[in-house]
Design a protein around this ligand. Structure first.
Ligand code: NAD
Ligand code: IPM
Ligand code: MN
Length: 351
């Protein structure tokens, strides 16, 4: 028997609702096998902050670090809630975990499953993977506000790009691409304007690409990439890009792949020094929280990515097959969060 220590952070809003279904699906796919999940739940997020004033206590972070993987729901309160003004849950919790646990490869697949309606009228074949740098770029927090509140106020947000940080994520993207049939990497930046970081990215992509002669390499400015993604997403296989460009492109990808309720992600620490973290791309959706309206599919597909990462890709495939089968007949049905989870579990159990 293999015991996997899983840290579960359901978070706020619809987070606990969708994570409950992801956990049920994990139990179903592992039932009768020799893998056991040993779960520890951590109640972190806006609710915890409002109750105790804590965002991510050091001792809890150290405890989370002792797990094999993290399943994360979503955090954040109602945007603009004055009680959360000083909380900064996004930076203090979510980004802190990504940075401290060195989640440098933020992988966000975009697949349009059969039967799912895309936002695009003629989507074509949609099956690409965005590898978003996860630890630096404009997210690094490098900047400040001078003379705040005065007419002379100056704010800077300086993007941090290290050769070390770029090379490891670019290499990860080429490695992933080498295991996919199409053997293609598109790197996305804005080298015509962001000339400094752009030149560093370009130098490193070229150097890494030289080690992968069978992989076709393509470059796009990020603004043009949004056009191509909408006009012809079939031209993408693996996209590698910086933290902020990757954030924006993956919400667009979510819409193309059938909606944010289906978009999964993994924050990967490929070295295995720290636990990797798996989460839906969406947020806590306060507008539908507590109503059983949230689609748990993104959380369930994120759990499947976690299974892959843990060396259980056969189980990951079984989850994806069950999701694919459910999506094929789902149509415009209005099922509750639990009903969607149950439908997927039934298909796992039936195999
Ligand atoms: P959101 O993703 O929470 O919601 C955007 C829209 O999508 C809403 O209309 C919501 O109802 C809908 N939606 C989201 N997930 C859905 C699902 N699974 N099924 C059906 N509909 C779904 O984004 P937002 O409204 O900008 O942010 C709300 C809060 O979440 C904020 O506090 C924000 O900072 C936070 N947030 C957290 C994360 C995260 O934890 N990873 C990511 C994004 C936003
Ligand atoms: C995401 C979210 C986060 C990000 C926020 C909530 C910090 O938008 O996971 O895409 O910008 O990375
Ligand atoms: Mn985002």
């Amino acid at each position: 028997t293999r015991t996997i220590k899983l840290a579960v952070l359901p978070g706020d809003g619809i987070g606990p609702e969708v994570i409950e279904q992801a956990n049920r699906v994990l139990d179903a796919v592992l039932a009768g096998g020799d893998v056991v999940l040993d779960r520890t739940e951590f109640k972190l997020g806006a609710e915890r902050f409002l109750a105790t004033g804590e965002t991510l206590p050091e001792a809890e972070q150290a405890e989370i670090a002792q797990h094999d993987a993290i399943l994360f729901g979503a955090v954040g309160g109602v945007p603009g809630d004055p009680r959360l003004k000083d909380a900064n849950i996004e930076r203090g919790l979510l980004l802190k975990l990504r940075f401290d646990f060195d989640h440098y490869a933020n992988v966000r697949p975009c697949t349009l499953f059969p039967g799912v309606e895309s936002t695009l009228k003629h989507p074509g074949d949609v099956d690409f993977l965005v590898v978003r740098e996860g630890t630096e770029g404009p997210y690094a927090g490098n900047g400040g506000r001078l003379r705040a509140g005065t007419p002379a106020e100056v704010a800077t947000e300086v993007s941090v790009n290290t050769a070390f940080g770029i090379e490891r994520v670019v290499r990860y993207a080429f490695e992933v691409a080498s295991r996919r049939p199409r053997q293609k990497v598109t790197w996305v930046h804005k080298t015509n304007v962001l000339v400094h970081a752009g030149a560093t990215w370009q130098r490193i992509v070229q150097a890494v690409a030289a080690e992968y002669p069978d992989i076709a390499v393509d470059y796009m400015h990020v603004d043009a990439a949004t056009i191509f993604m909408v006009q012809d997403p079939s031209r993408f296989d693996v996209i590698v890009t910086d933290n902020l460009f990757g954030d924006i492109l993956t919400d667009l990808a979510g819409a193309i792949g059938g909606g944010i309720g289906l978009a999964a992600s993994g924050n990967i620490n490929p070295d295995g020094t720290f636990p990797s973290m798996f989460e839906p791309v969406h947020g806590s959706a306060p507008d539908i929280a507590g109503q059983q309206k949230a689609d748990p599919t993104a959380a369930i597909l994120s759990a499947a990515l976690m299974l892959d990462h843990l060396g259980l890709s056969a189980e990951g495939d079984r989850v994806r097959d069950a999701v694919r089968a459910d999506l094929a007949v789902r149509g415009a049905s209005t099922r509750s969060t639990t009903e969607v989870g149950s439908a997927i579990i039934d298909r796992i159990a039936a195999r």
